[in-house]
Design a protein around this ligand. Sequence first.
Ligand code: ZN
Ligand code: ZN
Ligand code: ZN
Length: 106
Amino acid sequence: MCNYCDNKILVWELNGHWLGKCTKRPSMAPCSRCGLAIPLKQLKDHMSNADCLDVSLDEGAATCPLCRQCVQNTDDGWIAHLLGDIQHGYRKSKRRIKAQKWSDTA
Ligand SMILES: [Zn+2]
Ligand SMILES: [Zn+2]
Ligand SMILES: [Zn+2]
């Protein structure tokens, strides 16, 4: 879900959405360290802040736009991250995925 335009956007697509398609966002630029789209006015503060996580040296890594943690930038990596302990609002789908797995093996 995009904070700005209320469209339903997948978490791992939020960053690209903010840098491109979102019509209601403020002016944003990608942070050169963590790769997240940050509002231009906040970019300086952001880079001197602890929530800027430097993943620029790690090709397979991305930063989660919700919790600002380092995530393996693959579908599996994102799903594992989103279904982890941190609250991302994905708890319902966790149950659904589990139920699916059980019915697959039954
Ligand atoms: Zn948007
Ligand atoms: Zn950053
Ligand atoms: Zn996260």
